[in-house]
Design a protein. Sequence first.
Lengths: 303, 201
Amino acid sequence: MDTQRYNQLISDLRSDYRPQREWGEGKGLLMVVGHFLVGIAGGAWLLGTLYGSAWTLVLAFVLGGLGGLVHLAFLGHPERAVGMMRHWRTSWVSRGFVGLSLFLLGGVLYLPGQFVALGAAGPALNLIGGVMAMLGALTIIGYMGFAYTASKAIPFWNSPLHPALYVAYALRGGIAALLIVGAVKGGVPAETLLKLWIGVTAVVGLFFIMELQGAATGGNVAAKQSVHEILNGRVSMVFYGGTLIVGLAVPALLLATSHAASAAVMALIGIASAAGDFFMKLSTVRAGVYLPLVIPARHHRRA
Amino acid sequence: MRLGMVIDLKRCMACYGCQMSCKTEHGTPPGIFFARVLKREEGTYPSNRMIFLPVLCNHCEDAPCVDVCPTEASHYAEHGIVDIDHDKCVGCHSCMVACPYTNRYFRDEKQHYFGAAGPTPYEVARSDRHPEGVVMKCNFCRPRLAEGKLPACVDNCAALARTFGDLDDPNSAVSRLIKERGGFTLHPEAGTGPNVYYLAP
């Protein structure tokens, strides 16, 4: 720990609202990047299967693999990662690891059959791989929100809406992946996807507003501080610039001004939407502040 | 037997003796405090005062850090002590964001108090044994307990503000203090069942 980080830690420990820096800052940024990649991978696999887009499945697999590597790079001891399967009964991080392993193994079995004939073993590999990958995809779509909700120290994350929000992010990421693949390879129903993007984006926005409103009105002091950090504090630039402008205003403008769903427009909407999701996750993670340690008011002696 | 601690905030004078004795006992590296003292000014002049709150791992009965740990590195040891098996810890930090008492620290790299001057002989002897890339926290001085001693912060509290003992024994000093003086825990709403109690200032 260098002097600057040591001084920052001491300053954090002294502050009323200690910002969490474990996930989202320094090496912790890898955690957000990992969640971002894995979230898109899960959503892309789900929607790629739904729309029969083999190239979207390939993209999902690559993003899942990258996400896994980024997660490993974040760990203090990546060589012990296999041990993370041990505590799946109560740990969402463990469940996520199991899910991602299942997804990648299933992808290895399932994907070759989408491009080449595998002979007699083909149908069995397709079935086993397909089931494994879909189970893994559903797990990785779901686990992230729950991993944050299980964090009792960060009241802003400790919300029942957080898992729903992360599922919606994954679906939005899946649509973004399909749009990008459609722009490059074709073969996806562009108009339907753009309508779906509008619908899912509306759901993401609604969930996010509900979460902010719930924290600001019914949350404790730490949750309220997190809302302040997002709207008017140290992560507001990421939120307004990244989430609202890049992730929402740019795609909305493209949708409003483009009459036909051209490849370039689809690709741009997909990229901007995915980038917006990344910044939204980043601002939510960075806005987390720890519960302050205080003596309950009823135990105070009058001064 | 369920080991626990009672901290009398009326006795605590914020001398940092607990923090220093803990650092000395464990040789914790810079930025890692198994025990620390929070100070906060309350009220406005002339009705203001300083509030002191010594904090450490609460060794919760229903510890969220144990639940979220993917490798079972965070675990319940004997007598309700919550400890970390550093050989299992992958350094995912999930226990740190799960602990409502923020008493866990990540040691990312070897570090010394005097930077370029290198480690002192004390640091070589005490600090360098701690592994890197893992989360660290108070374990109620398990090695001292095994030798029949009290935790270092209890033994070295000059104001005798800390009492340590068996919370399951209704006649133990800790149980009596909690009962007679209305001991309370921090963040009871978190539902973690802390085994560190406080007596009102």
